[in-house]
Design a protein around this ligand. Sequence first.
Ligand code: PGA
Length: 248
Amino acid sequence: MRKRLVAGNWKMHKSPSEAKAWFSALVRQRPNTQAEAALLVPFTHLAYAKEVLENSGIHWGAQDVSAHREGAYTGEVSALMLCDLGCRYAIVGHSERRSHHAESDALVAQKMLRLLEFSIVPILCVGEPLEVREAGKHLSYTLGQLEASLAGVEPASPAHLVVAYEPVWAIGTGKTATPEDAEAMHQAIRQWLARRYGTAFAEETRILYGGSVKPDNATALFSQPNIDGGLVGGASLKLDDYLRLLLA
Ligand code: PGA
């Protein structure tokens, strides 16, 4: 019922021209699969994404957005600008933004509101750091983040929200949550969404796993009942790996 989403988070990698060539190769080599492909790329790459990927069935989006609508905000990029460049998705609340840029849950909620004004689907990242996992407090921590980041946020339908569970200790480290541990968290997130937005909404909302997803562990993760795909960093940069993830 929920369409699998394999979302590549490129972070700050590749030049715009390298990205353009990569997008063209993806269009040529894309396997015939049910999984939805989406690439979350630097702002500078988005015009090329629109040029190459438009009408290909492959979606694209940004890794962040301004909490403001418009104005004197040097260096920021608005939801309107992302909409004009055809973005279907934007990541909000990635742990690298939360830690390097001190982004709070309240700011993340503001960003989600801006995106939803333009029907751009937020991919909301939540997940615990290592010390919280070791203290056994990962469920309450992650659900607390979810609650605060969604305060006042009412997506029109489950198609307007994607949640990504990304345990901080698994991001870029080569350590992955076991499929069972990830599934337990995804189940808890879905139950929380059911309490907040109703069962039907929760049943249709996609919950992605992120943190060292690779072609050799993706099948085990994605086959869990509540894991609806992945938010993939490192392995989404290599075309061969990304193609294998689409087939996982
Ligand atoms: P990773 O990154 O796959 O390189 O661990 C995932 C992410 O940060 O979204």
